[in-house]
Design a protein around this ligand. Structure first.
Ligand code: CTP
Length: 397
């Protein structure tokens, strides 16, 4: 799929609307045709004429605009769009779309269009965090809308936090992302596993699932068909990703084996517990003893099990290390006969487990590449780029 060429830019009444002019300009530089539709209140913040100057098209804001309707009716406008981009999307605009209101031109066009909807929210951080807004966003996402941001940082209202609209170049990059993985089927494991001790206690680990979720999100964004098998995490399902929730290593293995047929790639990003309690106590274990021993037994190795299947997909493993990163990862690459391994330091502040950022050392038979520390979404992009290269070189070998 190539990037959309006819983009309807919906401008909500947020102060970030001034950035939408730049956004329109950037989209046009990419060769896209852009038509702006302003919400009635956005018009009070920014002049439609400014959008007209940048897009070369009449910017519209009224449903009952005779001249505009004569040129292109709102239904024709809805059909014309290959993508609808709402930037900035205010809390009010998101709410009205979530509930299917169509009381102005912008919401009417959104309701009348089958084009993919991209939403770049911009609002005060408390409005963004409000359960009403969060529920509305989730509702739109379940209908296929794609969320761009918001970013965190200083806000126009003087506060600090999530709610800033993404920068125009970030929005353009997302909207025009190449579909490098179109047609590829990817199975990803993510998060920790929990191994129960009794009805209230378990053995877990500090994996947040963010790296695996970022890989699943990015792969879906690039056109892959992604199934994500996740241990217990507190993360939203990425857009376009099919998600299966599990708890223990054995449940994760069963889910993986049920899904593995026909997969092109298996990415094992989960931090699977190597051991589980030998016995699961039926009742809560009572205190009273001075100490206690917990007997553990080995869990199945999911990645190694998949590696031994007769028809194995391209295998990407992870190695979380606190020492000897390269040597340990090389050993795992060979031992599990992987096609690619992503090694990362853990136990260092700010990266790896339960952090926003990560850095990876990628190793494959005969080569390596270092991915410097950056946001996990960026890291996922770099990892997938290397994966595609390895897949292609394997196919041509
Ligand atoms: N893995 C798995 N099933 C397990 C254990 C690990 O699928 N029971 C996968 C992880 O998802 C990761 C890779 O195997 O992709 C990690 O390899 P492994 O050698 O098991 O690493 P560690 O568990 O970190 O090993 P060690 O504790 O010995 O360092």
């Amino acid at each position: 799929m190539s990037p959309p060429q006819r983009i309807l830019l919906g401008v909500g009444a947020g102060i970030a609307a001034y950035k939408s002019l730049e956004l329109a300009r950037r989209l046009r530089e990419r060769g896209a045709e852009v038509r702006a539709v302003l919400s009635p209140r956005a018009r009070r913040l920014i002049a439609p004429l400014a959008f007209q100057a940048v897009t070369g098209q009449r910017a519209r804001f009224e449903l009952w605009d005779e001249e505009g309707e004569a040129g292109m009716s709102h239904i024709e406008l809805a059909r014309w769009a290959e993508a609808i981009l709402l930037a900035p999307a205010t809390a009010d605009l998101i709410a009205r779309l979530a509930h299917g209101l169509a009381d102005d031109l912008l919401t009417t066009v959104c309701l009348a269009s089958e084009a993919p909807l991209w939403i770049a929210p911009a609002m005060n951080r408390t409005m963004w965090a409000h359960p009403a807004t969060q529920n509305n966003v989730r509702l739109l996402q379940t209908r296929g809308a794609r969320l761009l941001g918001p970013a965190s940082g200083a806000q126009a209202c003087g506060e600090e936090g999530p709610g800033r609209m993404l920068e125009p170049d970030e929005i353009v990059a997302a909207l025009c992302a190449p579909q490098a993985l179109a047609g590829l089927r990817l199975l990803v494991t993510a998060g920790p596993t929990f191994e129960d001790i009794d009805p209230v206690r378990f053995i877990g680990n500090r994996s947040s699932g963010r790296m695996g979720f970022a890989i699943a999100a990015e792969a879906a964004r690039q056109g892959a068909r992604v199934t994500l098998i996740s241990g217990p995490v507190a993360l939203q399902t990425p857009i376009g990703v099919r998600r299966i929730d599990v708890r223990s290593a054995r449940e994760m293995l069963a889910a993986v084996l049920a899904e593995i047929d026909d997969q092109d790639v298996f990415v094992a990003a989960a931090a699977v517990a190597d051991y589980r309690p030998r016995e699961l106590a039926e009742q809560k274990i009572k205190k009273g003893m001075a100490g206690m021993n917990l007997e553990l037994e080995a869990n199945p190795d999911i990645l190694a099990t998949v590696a031994d299947l007769p028809r194995r997909p391209f295998l990407v493993g992870f190695a979380a290390e606190t020492e000897n990163l390269r040597a340990n990862a090389m050993a795992k690459l060979a031992a599990k006969k992987l096609d690619l391994i992503a090694a990362n330091w853990v136990g260092r502040p700010g990266q790896g487990f339960d952090a926003e950022e990560n850095a990876l050392l990628l190793l494959w038979p005969g080569g390596e590449r270092e991915i410097p520390r950056m946001d996990k979404a960026e890291v996922a992009r770099a990892l997938l780029a290397t994966m595609v290269e390895r897949l292609e070189s394997r196919a041509s070998a």
